[in-house]
Ligand binder design. Structure first.
Ligand code: PMV
Length: 326
């Protein structure tokens, strides 16, 4: 049976979260830890999924039931990606069944985009298996549709990072996807030990905006402005400037109410140990924080993050986007 293995990187939001849902830009980078998906066609019209990292073993569904009924959490992105692929392209393809196995180099608890990367992989794998060659923008569009179907509201920044790789200046919904031509960024990543729920936080911010539209809009505007400055600072490798912008972004996220005591503690420990700047990354409430270190400063920043209760995640930024492995 025809089989293909593809992989896609996870992501790290650098600046601009939340505001990116409301038309402002963000900067996201692809990380060197990847999701790998192996897919093969099945003569029976069945979808079979094994995703041991998220406790899914031999989950099965007839193709005509895709997207229907109760879908276990760990299977949602893969099943909806498949559903979207068949919905868009079944006029070209005989609907044969498919077996999918996913494997992750990082825990889905870190909030580093394992779900969107798995959706991207599934779409790329199906395009290879069915002979319908999709280019990167087409893969992005289907992956974004998938994330919207599962999450309700989403900017698509994570799918952009998984598909295109590198470090991107991004405006939703894929209106601008601009690669920033740089190397790996000098960042330490600390996991707060708490799993964040993106949908809850997005709703919380939306509720705040409903009650106080002007104040929240002006926070979004300020985030948008600093993201533009950050883009220039990144391109010119002006790390002290970028550090200040990370700190300002964190302040604005605190005003939106999405930081947490735990994140605040880890972030201030990183700053006190000499980091140029630090902030939460992603929806907030938990997940990861990032700290930009000065030359020679990496060890001190890592130690400070650890002593404040953070877990260091050893990753490099600016990784390659989705690719075929074999
Ligand atoms: O929680 P994460 O890492 O998926 O990041 C969410 C970022 C938001 O801007 C809050 C949502 C989005 O889709 O852009």
């Amino acid at each position: 049976m025809k089989q293909v293995t593809v992989s896609a990187p996870g992501k790290l939001m650098l600046l601009g979260e939340h505001a990116v849902l409301y038309g402002r830009p963000c900067i996201v980078t692809a990380i060197n830890q990847r999701i790998t998906v192996t897919a093969s066609l099945d003569a029976k019209p069945l979808f079979t999924l094994s995703a041991p990292d998220v406790q899914i073993e031999n989950y099965q569904k007839p193709l005509n039931q895709l997207g229907k009924g109760d879908i276990p959490k760990g299977a949602r992105f893969v099943e909806m990606a498949l559903y979207n692929f068949y919905n868009n392209y079944n006029r070209y393809t005989k609907k044969s069944g498919v077996r999918v196995t996913t494997q992750s180099e990082f825990s889905s608890w870190f909030g580093l985009g394992s779900s969107s990367a798995s959706a991207v992989c599934v779409i790329k794998a199906l395009s290879e298996l069915s002979g319908i060659k999709l280019d990167k923008p087409a893969i992005f569009n289907l992956a974004y549709k998938t994330i919207l179907a599962v999450q309700g509201k989403a900017s698509g920044f994570d799918a952009a990072a998984s598909v295109f790789g590198g470090t991107l200046y991004y405006i939703s919904p894929g209106k601008t996807i601009e690669p920033l031509n740089i190397d790996c960024l000098p960042l330490v990543i600390g996991y707060s030990g708490v799993k964040a729920d993106t949908v809850t936080l997005v709703n919380q911010v939306a509720e705040k905006a409903r009650k106080n539209p002007q104040a929240v809009e002006s926070i979004y505007d300020n985030i948008g402005k600093l993201v533009q400055q950050a883009k220039l600072a990144i391109l010119s490798k002006d790390w002290p400037k970028l550090g200040k912008l990370l700190n300002n972004n964190q302040l604005l996220l605190e005003k939106l109410g999405v930081s947490s005591n735990r994140l605040d503690d880890i972030i201030s420990a990183a700053r006190s140990s000499g980091a140029y700047g630090a902030k939460l990354s992603g929806a907030g409430g938990g997940d990861c924080m990032i700290a930009l270190y000065s030359p020679e400063g990496k060890l001190a920043v890592s130690k400070a993050i650890k002593s404040a209760g953070g877990q260091i995640i050893d990753i490099k930024t600016n990784a390659e986007g989705v690719r075929i492995e074999k």
